[in-house]
Design a binder for this molecule. Sequence first.
Ligand code: SF4
Length: 232
Amino acid sequence: MSLTAALDEAAIAALNQRFEVASPEEIVLWAVEEFGDGLSVGASFGGPTGMAILHMAAALKPNVHVFVLDTDYLFEETQETRKRATSVLGLTNVQVYKSKLSHEEQSAEYGAALWMRDPDLCCDVRKVEPNHRALESKSAWIAGLRRDQSDGRSDVPIVGWNDRFGLIKINPLACWTEKQTWDYIVKHDVPYNPLLDQGFVSIGCYNCTVPGKQGRQGRWEGFEKDECGLHT
Ligand code: SF4
């Protein structure tokens, strides 16, 4: 394990203790002040959690680095939400990262419809590798994990060192429920993906997302998988 000079294990433990009873706005403010231009916000423009975080971050630092992983399999509604939210929230530094492989190149290398045979590999190619590039010069990453989203996320820390990407990872809404998140969206009139009004709860690639399921159960139906590999 390697930690930053400023945040060793004891400092991270103290922050987690403090943030368990802090508001997400306070946590985002700390992140902006602590990391400045070294901070990056990951956004899918799918679920409500990321939209609430973007609203909080934009109010403090409109030019915060926001990164989007465009797998080439995103819903049109997700693309439209990115454009609309970027404008409404006044975000000026939203960057899109794609796989190095096109659809055709992926099919040539791994065979057609890889997501139906090996979704872990497909996520590695189209999400995990671009995520590394998005964060390669950053020191902290704000993500949108909540503890109530799945069993695997039930103990997600608010602040932690992330070995895989080599930086501090922050989940400001870790302690919030789905209802608290939606209350914030409604109160602040935050733009959100219209698919969330059509029975979708967690939205990723159209190949691997179905409506009408709770939590992350609508992702990768038929597979023992509920994470794309960015958060595991
Ligand atoms: S969510 Fe599905 S289509 Fe998207 S990258 Fe992962 S396996 Fe591929």
